[in-house]
Design a protein around this ligand. Sequence first.
Ligand code: XMP
Length: 547
Amino acid sequence: MGIFVALVKTETPNYNEYIKSGYHAVLNRRTILKNELVIVLDFGGQYNQLVARRVRECNVYCEIYSYKTDIEKIKAMNPKGIILTGGPNSCYEPDSPTYSEELFKLGIPVLGLCYGAQLMSHVLGGKVERADVREYGKTEVLIDKKDSKVFEGVSETTTCWMSHFDYISKIAPGFEITAHTADCPVAAAENAAEKLYAIQFHPEVLHTVEGTKMINNFVKNVCECAGDWKMDAFVENTIAEIREKVGNGRVLLALSGGVDSSVAAGLLSKAIGKQLTCVFVDHGLLRKNEGDEVEAIFGPEGQFDLNFIRVNAQERYYNKLAGVTEPEAKRKIIGEEFIRIFEEEAKKIGTVEFLAQGTIYPDVVESGLGGESAVIKSHHNVGGLPDFVDFKEIIEPLRDLFKDEVRKAGLELGLPERLVFRQPFPGPGLGVRIIGEVTAEKVRIVQDADAIYREEIENAGLDKTIGQYFAALTNMRSVGVMGDERTYDYAVALRAVNTVDFMTAEAAEIPYEVLNKVMSRVINEVRGVNRIFYDLTSKPPGTIEFE
Ligand code: XMP
């Protein structure tokens, strides 16, 4: 896929570099939030982030750590509970991820899920073996101990998501079996006196119908968390914390108009007002009117107290992009130009002690810091801080939040819903929605066609149901006829996909009459277009963007 140079994430340079350099340690904001912390120890399972999200849905703050985290560090964090995730290994193999018995003797409640459940049993003297058949998918689980603290209010027979080959063939001493399935004698076990709970299935996955209830039971009934981690408190605490950290200093933020940088701007503005300067680079590759919309919210007429610098760099970008047709080359130019402009603006401002970024928690985890299943998202990295910059520190007010929590914070701060719930828009903008050379004329065409498409999707009430949709400009021109005239114009491609994770996607089934209306409006209203295609390609083999 190559390196994407992201402007949406321009506030997110090379994480690995600065994370290694220890910046983030200085910024550890957890003190305020930590009074009620549950930690997830990640054994490489695919649902690690889901586990943390479910805990946070119970209004309990939760962080993910690698299973390699030292016991002393865990003790120092003083968590109210520990959850061990699933993972792809067999716990009885010598090199498999493990944890010492000490973890289970701290007096802190532990919940083991899938691999975590097996590991708990294995380490504490039970037995784990390979089963003859894999148990996979939705499975009926029968609860044997109805008054178990984790199964309070759960039906006697309940549908759960199973995914395992190994199974607990013998529970550890002191444990009792609390649930089973037709194929699995130990679907759950516990040693209530020691506050140790093992669950073979995945309560964090929504296919486990009563899973959220089980996780809520663990954090409330077993860990005795009050559940007072709420977004208004987060916003309030973060504002206080930013004030304390920044003092009289000045903060610079690259604002893209995307959700993360906008929410970061909102928080910083509430905290330090005009000590914050936001640089918004309009590269001329935004959607129709988007630059003005960003300015209306964050500019002098907007609702926030901050210094707003809009750099109208449209011409500069079009000049740089003239004659360039190769997609990666376009991305590179767009990204590099951004860094240059940002540098120039920063120099004009003079001494700025802090650089703020809209890094969010999945960025942190996926860049290999938080958990174990590290996937480095190189495409969201710009490639390092501008080298002239001499910032004292980086401020990342959203570093602990999941995307949906960032949105909640945005609403709390009074950002318009349209912005808070906007669909993903790539950093290089329309530069990745125009095939071939990017010109001002082509940008106008795609902006106008896209605006009509979005309007009609909204009119049809489909905007909340489709994952991502936009118009793109093919590089194809062909002969058509309009009135009595022969035309030789461009073909616009309409794209709409449904996706859960943006790694795979299916083309959305848009009703024919909606497509037809978009077709006739675009042809009539947008000069330079005489054909419309609907892109049916899924991902893979296609990508979501059209470049
Ligand atoms: P693709 O085209 O790779 O896109 O299937 C997957 C998702 O990522 C978005 N995307 C980007 N986001 N900077 C971003 O911040 C980028 O350079 C970039 N390129 C693609 C795309 O819109 C889709 O949601």
